[in-house]
Design a protein around this ligand. Sequence first.
Ligand code: MG
Length: 270
Amino acid sequence: MIIAKTSKDLDRMREVGELIAEVRETLRLMVKPGISTLELNTTAEKMMRDAGAIPTFVGYKPTGMTPFPFAICASVNEQVVHGFSNASPLKSGDIISLDMAATLNGFVGDTATTVAVGEIADEIKHLIEVTEQCLVKGIAQCFPNRRVGDIGWAVQEHAEKFGYGIVRNYTGHGIGRSLHESPQIPNYGRPGTKEKIRAGYVFAIEPMLNLGTYETKTLKDKWTVVTSDGKPSAHCEHTVAITAVGPEILTLTKKQKAALSKPKMELAAA
Ligand code: MG
């Protein structure tokens, strides 16, 4: 069952969304050659706890898995998702995907971004840009009466124009009091299929694009997912509420919301 949120629930989800967005943007600014993913993890966990929130990923344990040990998933280069933080310094030319979630007042916000470390190759820069464009295209489908398959189709259609592999084994998801709620939101699909989207639903939309094959495998730690061909992978994610008039991105910082509000007003007047 897909849980529709009340307006009070949405207020709480806005609050946690803004918090986790502030964490994401803080980490983005910290990424540079020489910093370790462990340092990024420590900062993220401190920001969440200082705000009275719980780092949702710490101890997260799907059936049959060991508990996830970190506040963020830090996935470098060919790592797709669920990478472990460690003390080795990032190098110029690496890319780092940072996925994070916080729980505040009983609700979860989930967001991810891929950041270049120093100077990266143009083909990897392009992969990240297209991943971000896919996220925007997926979010643009989040209107009442459209379908979950429309989101996957929008992402897939754009990614495949450039020949990128779309990860199949991991998907976006409903989100609310739990990190993972119904429905699953694949990054591929056909328009007009799957669940009908309704106002009050909140979705975590998260395209994962690979430079090469879409196939992935999991490392011995049972968590870290890597591309099967060892080529780089990018990932970005927003938590998005579906309102009567369309999508509202919950995982934006105060500053990002302020920058958005002006063009939105102009759009409404047009
Ligand atoms: Mg997610």
